[in-house]
Design a protein around this ligand. Structure first.
Ligand code: ADP
Ligand code: MG
Length: 159
């Protein structure tokens, strides 16, 4: 476990750039759990992760379809749990199958089904910056399998 990491981003491009660093280092079975309020940059970060995985399509928020699959270096499963009322509904989406599969998973609103995720998931908190119109990306705990990846974020530079 390393100390918490907080990155301040000042534009959507920067949020995507952070995501790209994650996607470039993603391995089969990685699970990225994104939490934070509407507009905090979860979909934006996901787009970056997708590009880092060499996905050519544009990752939109799957709010209405709940899961979108993208083909890249790894298959990316993008979930959005905004609309679920009960964590059990997450299972109905086929979440477990993908969480324990060979692709990479990104889950927006993961806090809505906290208990269903594997222990080795990487929790990423996004929020509005306290000052200005930027955003913050916080990683409080880093399971061993993500340590090199998170280490690479420490080199993140603005602009
Ligand atoms: P969420 O999926 O968390 O609801 P989005 O990723 O859709 O949020 O982002 C909401 C808006 O915030 C988008 O218009 C996006 O371009 C913008 N945004 C993302 N990151 C930043 C940032 N660091 N600074 C300013 N605006 C940002
Ligand atoms: Mg979103």
């Amino acid at each position: 476990m390393t100390e918490p990491l907080r990155i301040h981003t000042t534009s959507p491009d920067e949020t995507q750039a952070v995501g790209r660093l994650l996607g470039e280092r993603a391995q089969p079975g990685d699970v990225f759990l994104l939490c934070g309020p509407l507009g905090a940059g979860k979909t934006c970060l996901t787009q970056g992760i997708a590009w880092g995985l060499e996905v050519k399509e544009y990752a939109r928020s799957p709010t209405f379809v709940l899961m979108t699959r993208y083909r890249g270096r790894l298959t990316l499963y993008h979930f959005d749990l905004y609309r679920i009322n009960d964590p059990l509904e997450a299972w109905d989406l086929g979440l477990d199958e993908q969480l324990f599969g060979d692709g990479a998973c990104v889950v927006e609103w993961a806090e809505r089904a906290e208990e269903v995720f594997p222990e080795y998931s990487l929790w990423i908190d996004l929020d509005y910056a306290e000052e200005g119109d930027g955003r913050t990306i916080t990683i409080a705990e880093v399971p061993a399998r993500y340590q090199a990846m998170v280490e690479s974020l420490k080199g993140f530079k603005h602009g």
